[in-house]
Each structure stands twice: as C-alpha cells, then as structure tokens.
Design a binder for this molecule. Structure first.
Ligand code: ADP
Length: 430
C-alpha cells in the first residue's frame, strides 16, 4: 500500500506545479499575488466539479449532454487555461483582467442558461470581492463598475424581472460594491503599512549588523596598520620597511573596499529604481575576464570565458551590473586554491539570459548556503582570513540583479566548487 505521506508529497508537488508562478517573475509581491490567484482558480475546479456531480446525482433526469454540463466542462477548461496563462505571463495585470473577464463572461453565460438566477448575482458580488485580494484600489473600482454593468446586461437579457425587484437588487448590489471598495481600500492601506514596517525593521537589523561588523571587521586591518606603522619606525632594514609599507597599503585598500561596499549598499537601498540603458552583455563579461587575468595568473588559476554568440543587446545599468559580476568572479578567485579553474559563462535559456560563474574552489557548506546572499554574512573560514570583505559582496550582487528584474541562485559542494547563476528576463527580437 502507498503510504499517506507519499500521497501528501504528490499532492504538494501537484499543488506547487499549478500554483507556483514562473521563475522569470522576480517581484516577490507579484509572486505572492499570483499564488493567491492560482490557488483560488485551482480550488475552483474541484468545487465546481463537485457541484456538478451533486447536481447530476440529485436530478437523475439530467444527463451529461445538457448545456449546463457542457458549460461547466468548458469553464473547467478555461480555468486550467487561465492558470497556464497566469503562470507564463509577463503582463500580470493583463492576466488578472483576463481572469476576471472570463469570470464575468461566465456569469452572463450562466444567466442565459439557468433559472432562477440567484447564483449569477452571487458571482457578481463574489468576483469583485475576490479581486480585492489581487488588485489595487483603482483596479477594484473598475471591476466593481464592470460588475454593475454586467448585472445591468444580465437583467436586460432576463427581460422579465419585475421593476421593484430589479430596483431592490440594483440598490443591494451597489451597496455591496461600496462595501467591497471600502474593504479594498482598508486592505491596501494595511498592506502598505505592513510593508513599510517590514522595511523599517529590516533597516534596523541592518544598522545593528553594520555597527557590529564595523567594530569587528575594521579592527583587524586597523590593528595590522597600527602595528606595522610602529614597526616601520623601529627598523632600518630596507626590505623589512618595504614589507611593512606593503602590509599597510594592503590593509588601507581593504578598509577602502569596506567603505565602498557600505556606501554601495546604502545607495542601492535608496534607489530602488535604477537607470537602464541598452548594453552589450558579452562585451561587459569579456572586459571583466580581461581585468581578472593577471589576478588569476598570479594565483595559478585557469580563468575561462564561454559566451553565447547570439546575445542581443539588453537593458542594463552597466556600472551596477559590472559590479555584480565583479563580486562573483572576485569571490571565485578568492575561494579557489592554486591549480583550480574559474569559468565565466553566458547563455540563453528559453526566455531568460543566464550568466554563470563556476569555480572548482572550496565550496560552501549546506548550512551556510541559504545565508550567503544575506548582508554581513561570512562563513567562518572567510571571517578568519585577513583578506575577505565584510560579507556585503553577494548581498550587493543580489540587490543589483533583482533591480534588473532578475534572480540569482547558487549550487555548491564542499571541496568541489560553486556555481553562481544569474537569470535575467530576456525577450529576443525576432
Ligand atoms: P565577502 O565580501 O566577505 O567575500 P560575500 O558576500 O561576497 O562576502 O560572500 C559571503 C560569503 O560567501 C563569503 O564570506 C564566503 O564564505 C562565501 N562565498 C562567496 N563566494 C564563494 C565561492 N565562490 N566559494 C566559496 N565560498 C564563497
């Protein structure tokens, strides 16, 4: 017998397949809303099938070829098609309107096909109510208006509704729409307040981490600078003097990098909208590759470039994107021992542009992996070195990639190496 947990896993897998939005949709708020929309649609299928079954069982005189049955089957198919469209769309607003549009059409179709018409009126109320979950206040207002118009159309088609009943119904529906609009406004306000609070809390945590990191990470280079300055004044040996000066220079550069990272992080945080321009991604990666050749050679690492030849120009903020890729390659070289290999790769995968930075380095342990993109995170091995950064590099990279509408992931095996993968939305001009 198949254990229950396996059924649960199948069910979870199927649910995710239907409900999870396409990975090309990066915005977490939109992803969340698509999940809600899909869940409502998915729940709708078994519910309508069950209703149909009860309808057929309780009224045995009905048979499978009735218009209502055909209508229900057609609606099931359109719901499945809608889930597909929503999961593959780049135009989320269009997909949402399509969903509600199909809903309204279904109401009118039902109005023509069945008697008495209570269910249809419930739909006219339910649709805007559901839409408050998915749309902004302005869009909900449009849907409420559409809903009232469709009610008028429905009443016109029915033709024989007595005038006083029609008046009462219209007043009732108008009241409901006003209530729904009030609900929508309250919900949106609550959501905005919650988002603001979450951002404030995150800023607070970041600030605390920043202070802790500054006091911890600035101390090591400062101590090295102070000690070497002291020793510089004590020694007359020219070679030793040069060594001390090199040490001081190296640690000063490191402090400078810390400050630059902190500044970049704070400017990225403020400018959620960055300026984009048409850019040649392969050119950017080629330049990056050339910049890192001396460093790789000095460490005896084989640096390779593997570019897809047919990438058309894309919308990028070149400075920021260069910085994002630079962090990945710098890390790959830092964390790969001599004799290893680092590959910078670009390729096209369906509607995404993929940039990979692959290394055969020390790898990242499974417990550290989920945290590497968190600001100020550094694995223990990196913390103990005198060369690592403040743990801001990958957080900066992720922020930049997300501001380009993309996403970044990592796969890694300790002792074998890591692959960082950036995915950018990519529409090819045919
Ligand atoms: P840092 O600037 O300190 O290197 P990052 O944010 O760039 O910080 O990286 C965070 C941590 O992720 C590093 O401290 C390191 O432990 C780990 N890491 C990043 N890239 C690699 C890599 N290619 N191989 C192994 N570990 C890595």
């Amino acid at each position: 017998m198949v254990p229950v947990s396996r059924y649960m896993r199948w069910f979870k897998h199927l649910w995710q397949l239907a409900v999870e939005p396409s990975p090309t949709i990066a915005d977490p708020v939109i992803r969340h809303r698509i999940r809600i929309l899909n869940s409502i649609l998915v729940v709708f299928i078994p519910l309508s099938t069950l209703t149909l079954l009860i309808y057929l069982l309780t009224l045995p005189s009905r048979f499978i070829g009735l218009p209502t049955t055909i209508l229900a089957v057609l609606m099931g198919i359109s719901v499945a098609a809608l889930i597909y469209v929503v999961n593959h769309t780049r135009h989320y607003l269009f997909a949402r309107y399509l969903t509600v549009g199909v809903g309204l059409l279904a109401v009118l179709a039902n109005a023509v096909a069945s008697q008495p018409p209570h269910l249809e009126i419930a739909y006219i109320i339910m649709l805007p109510l559901v839409s408050t979950l998915l749309f902004s206040f302005k869009d909900t207002l449009i849907i409420c208006l559409l809903s009232v118009i469709s009610f008028l159309g429905f009443a016109h088609m029915m033709g024989d509704i007595p005038a006083d009943i029609f008046k009462d119904l219209l007043t009732f529906i108008m009241f409901i729409q006003v209530f729904i609009l009030f609900l929508s406004q309250q919900r949106n306000r609550l959501e905005t307040d919650r988002q603001k609070l979450a951002i404030e809390q995150e800023r607070n945590t970041l600030l605390k981490k920043l202070i802790a990191s500054i006091s911890h990470d600035f101390r090591t280079p400062l101590t090295i600078i102070i000690t070497n300055t002291y020793l510089l004044g004590r020694t007359t040996d020219l070679r030793q003097q040069q060594e001390k000066r090199d040490q001081i220079h190296k640690q000063a550069l490191r402090l400078n990098q810390f400050i630059e990272d902190i500044l970049t992080m704070s400017t990225l945080d403020q400018n959620t909208q960055i300026e984009l321009e048409q850019a040649d991604l392969n050119h950017l990666l080629r330049r990056l590759y050339e910049e890192f050749i001396p460093q790789a050679k000095a460490k005896n690492i084989r640096l390779e470039l593997d570019l897809a030849p047919d990438i058309q120009s894309v919308q990028l903020n070149t400075d920021h994107f260069d910085r994002a890729c630079n962090n990945l390659v710098q890390n790959a070289i830092n964390y790969t021992p001599a004799g290893g290999q680092v590959i910078i790769r670009s390729m096209i995968q369906r509607d995404a542009l993929v940039i990979e930075c692959i290394d055969t380095g020390i790898g990242i342990s499974p417990q550290d992996l989920p945290q590497v993109f968190t600001a100020f995170f550094r694995a223990d091995h990196a913390r103990s070195t005198e060369t690592g950064g403040m743990g801001l590099g990958l957080a900066i990279t992720r922020q930049i990639v997300e501001q380009h509408g993309g996403s970044i992931t990592v796969e890694s095996v300790v002792g074998r190496g890591s692959t960082f993968r950036i995915q950018l939305p990519y529409l090819q001009n045919i």
